[in-house]
Design a protein around this ligand. Structure first.
Ligand code: PMT
Length: 408
């Protein structure tokens, strides 16, 4: 799994219990690190009978820890517990589950568990008989009742040649559960925020019949508006594409760049976040014919003039607490062009897409974008336009908090 905005910078404590599946948590840790998480491995004494501390130190984001007592920091558990965004127990043995459920805190991992406010994911692995034992069943119910996420074991070959339920869930299953958890948390990140999104291609009239237009369907912009709504924001969508009533967003229907400029200007000053996903025409007719231009009168000369650059205008009047996201529809030099637009238009982010790719850009349901910001660029894999919006908005919200652009 390559770097993912949902995981990027997340601090994860990986707690390893003493079971044969402990070797599989090495692979899980590697994948979490690859996804961009900062993983602190914490091993129980029992796990050391199955795996080596050195392996976890070498592949983790920092050295593996086992004991409460063997380092300079006199209270490593509170540091780990307070800084963690998530604690994952993999494998969680019957013993580890019982100690956690009972509130026993007698080693680094269990003290960290008791001291944390972060969500905890328990990935259970043990022999079938143990998994089905009433004490384990009750302890799992206790943990679930406290909001702990339990990933149940899978069926298959177990230690000693037995077959049954008990195998540690695959790394893919664990990662997708964590992804879902981070995404759900992400849903709160725009609560109380006002968000303005533009969508669709503008139409610049030539006469009452014809216009200069482009291929934008509005799908990407509408996906951003819906996601912002899901994430708890109050959303205004200025769009050239009709949106069904009852969508939950405040829809302002426009046609031309000038109308979009006016609609955006009315609300942008009050917004915490503006997403300029619309494909705005750069040129319009200097004069619009009031009647249909007749073919019989020969090929007309159409004189063009620039439209208002809405994004550049927003960048020039951007309030301190506003995040401004522009897009870049490119056919080459993706990142360089996006960086130029970021600077010229004083945006905080440019979402760049190559509109020559068949599965990205205009009109299709998927997109492949590069997020350009500060001195960095982050390429996101091909995904549904709604997933692109989720990833971008989650990342932007975290960036805005870290930068102090948003203080609440
Ligand atoms: O709508 P879909 O079919 O889903 O397709 C999505 C998309 C390809 C339209 C979208 O992902 C996208 O790239 N939107 C921006 C298209 C565009 O106008 O790019 P640009 O590189 O020409 O403009 C750069 C930025 O300036 C954009 O944020 C644009 O909204 C803004 N702009 C441009 C011209 C202008 N006069 N005013 C502007 O605000």
């Amino acid at each position: 799994m390559s770097n993912s905005p949902l995981f990027s910078g997340k601090k994860i404590v990986l707690g390893v219990g003493g079971g044969i599946a402990a070797y599989k948590s090495v692979e899980l840790m590697r994948r979490l690190v690859d996804a961009g998480a900062f993983v602190s491995p914490v091993l129980t004494e029992a796990s050391l009978r199955f795996v080596g501390e050195v392996t976890f130190s070498a592949l983790g984001s920092e050295r593996a820890r086992v004991s409460l007592w063997d380092e300079d920091d006199p209270i490593p558990h509170t540091r780990l517990a307070q800084q963690a965004d998530l604690i994952v127990l993999a494998p969680a043995t019957a013993d580890l589950i019982a100690r956690y459920a009972a509130g026993i805190a007698d080693d680094l991992l269990t003290t960290t568990l008791i001291a944390t406010k972060a969500p905890v994911v328990v990935v259970a692995a043990m022999h079938t008989e143990m998994w089905q034992h009433p004490s384990v069943v009750e302890n799992i119910a206790i943990l679930r009742g406290r909001g702990v996420i339990v990933i149940e074991p899978e069926s298959g070959r177990l230690a000693g040649g037995d077959v049954g339920v008990g195998r540690l869930a695959s790394a893919e299953r664990v990662i997708s559960a964590i992804e879902e958890l981070f995404a759900v948390e992400g849903r709160r990140v725009l609560a109380g925020k006002r968000v303005l999104v533009t969508a669709g291609g503008t139409r610049e009239a030539i006469d009452p019949v014809r216009f200069i237009g482009n291929r934008s369907s509005g799908k990407q912009g509408i996906a951003f508006a819906r996601t912002a709504l899901d994430f708890g924001a109050e959303v205004t969508l200025v769009t050239t594409v009709p949106v069904p009533e009852g969508s939950g967003v405040d829809v302002v229907q426009v046609e031309s760049a000038q109308e979009m400029f006016e609609a955006v200007s009315k609300v942008s000053g009050k917004c915490d976040l503006v997403v300029m996903a619309a494909a705005v025409a750069d040129f319009r007719c200097k004069e619009i014919s009031p009647t249909k231009i007749k073919k019989g009168r020969g090929v007309p000369q159409v004189l063009l003039e620039p439209t208002p650059d809405i994004l550049a205008h927003l960048g020039s009047v951007k309030p301190e607490n506003q995040v401004l996201i522009g897009f870049a529809a490119e056919t080459g030099e993706l990142e360089a062009e996006a960086r130029r637009k970021l600077k010229d238009k004083n945006a905080d982010f440019i979402v760049a897409n190559n509109v020559l790719e068949g599965d990205a850009g205009f009109a299709v349901d998927t997109n492949r974008v590069t997020l350009v910001y500060d001195d960095s660029a982050m390429a996101l894999e091909l995904a549904d336009k709604k997933d692109i919006a989720k990833k971008v908005l989650s990342f932007v919200a975290e960036w805005a908090q870290k930068k102090g652009v948003w203080t609440v």
